[in-house]
Design a protein around this ligand. Structure first.
Ligand SMILES: Cc1ncc(COP(=O)(O)O)c(C=O)c1O
Length: 413
């Protein structure tokens, strides 16, 4: 997208001095590239888009029109999928906490529910008794020992009897079908090798449990890195795999285990991978001051807009200079770009090198994952999200600016 200071300034007149830009075309391209990489070796692959990463309805609708599943982890997200018209059979309900009401609704509607623990097995048994004429489709989340220090809290332990016991219990329920297995990688490096290790284990587990015929699906979860420009990539102390490298680590294992295209559906639940580089955050330089030797530029945004998880990496930025520089408020050198909150650590970018003036705009890239879904209404509500079509010079509002009334409508005055 061709951005200029003038364009950002024009957008400011309508949308305020901070806003997100959403690139739906980039999301669509990521989705297709990711899926094609897996389908090249294993055509029976599909994406179940992780709603929690970024549940902008326009993105979820796009996934639905491209034939993807909705991967939801709460009744709120389930409601969203239903609201935008996702067929219930294309909804996968994951996550550690599901109420009996949520579980029953999803199962009776024909959604796939991946169970995380025994309390859900008991609920499924009860629901099956209440609805003897309905087939309930479930999967089991596998907790695989990846040899890392942190023991994951999710799913059924595959190292002992836990998974098998859940599987056998559910198999005894006449109208319940254990259709597949689920997992999600949680290693810090998210390497292609760790996926290969995990998937090999999953295929072994599936072969051990599903003795007669392969399962309907094996869902290998999300956790894949997004594409990154070198400035971001070099801040990681390890290599960032490409979509193709991830696919090469996973798809051939499926293709070799199930030759002839009769294997289970390979489900992938990317969040970060397909969203991170599809949004930008625009903030304006409000003030510049020097405190002892520290040069500080105050922006009209906060760390919560771009890194609510407070990761310490600098996201890629571009600065668009106001040609009518206010010379007295001009800084050149090493500058910390700080946010509007009262927290000392609200620093959007540490050690920017270059010149900056009041009235410039700073555009942060890679803010599409875990940003708007995690931004708290701390001190200020959320800025609007807009999508700008450079060819048509057309702006579409994706989400209106949050206002006082949105934040306080649930409080009792
Ligand atoms: C089960 C499951 N699937 C998919 C995702 C999406 O992960 P990511 O955004 O890292 O791809 C998560 C994230 O925590 C998850 O827990």
């Amino acid at each position: 997208m061709n951005i200029s200071w003038q364009l950002l300034h024009t957008l400011e007149q309508t949308y305020g001095d901070s806003y997100y830009l959403l690139h739906l075309d980039a999301f669509e391209a990521n989705y297709k590239e990711f899926l094609e990489a897996f389908r090249a070796d294993y055509p029976n692959s599909n994406i179940a888009y992780s709603y929690k990463t970024n549940y902008i309805p326009k993105l979820c609708q796009l996934v639905n029109t491209m034939g993807g599943y909705a991967e939801v982890v709460s009744s709120m997200e389930y409601d969203l999928a239903v609201h935008i018209g996702v067929p219930s059979q294309r909804i996968i309900f994951n996550g550690p906490y599901k109420s009996e009401f949520d579980l029953e609704r999803a199962l009776l509607a024909g959604s796939i529910v991946n169970l995380d623990s025994f309390y859900e097995v008991a609920m499924v048994e009860a629901i099956a008794r209440r609805a003897p004429g309905q087939i309930l489709t479930v999967g089991l989340r596998c907790n695989v020992d990846l040899g890392i220090e942190n023991v994951s809290r999710f799913g059924f332990d595959t190292s002992g009897q836990m998974l098998e016991s859940a599987f056998r219990t559910l198999r005894r329920v006449k109208n319940c079908r254990v259709a597949g297995l689920h997992c999600h990688l949680l290693t810090p490096t998210r390497s292609a090798e760790s996926y290969a290790f995990l998937v090999k284990k999953m295929l072994e587990i599936a072969a051990g449990l599903f003795e007669d015929a392969p399962p309907q699906f094996i869902d290998v979860g999300g956790g894949f890195f997004s594409k990154m420009i070198p400035a971001l990539r070099k801040q990681f102390p390890f290599a960032i795999p490409t979509f193709q490298e991830y696919a090469q680590a996973i798809s051939p294992l499926f293709a070799n285990t199930f030759p002839g295209g009769l294997g289970p559906e390979l489900l992938l639940e990317p969040g970060i991978a397909i969203t991170a580089d599809t949004m930008q955050f625009v903030a304006k330089v409000i003030d510049i001051k020097t405190v002892r030797s520290r040069v500080i530029a105050l922006l009209s945004g906060s760390i919560y807009n771009i890194k609510p998880t407070k990761n310490t990496r600098n996201l890629p930025i571009r600065v668009f200079h106001n040609n009518d520089d206010i010379k007295s408020r001009y800084a050149d050198g090493i500058i910390d770009l700080v946010g509007y909150t009262c927290m000392e650590d609200d620093c959007l970018y540490t050690g920017y090198q270059g010149h900056l003036s009041v009235g410039d705009y700073v555009v942060f890239d890679n803010v599409g994952a875990y940003t708007i879904v995690l931004k708290p209404p701390f001190i200020s509500p959320c800025p609007p999200i807009i999508s700008y079509d450079a060819n048509l010079k057309d702006v579409t509002v994706i989400r209106h600016q949050e206002k006082f009334s949105h934040i306080f409508s649930t409080y009792v005055f």
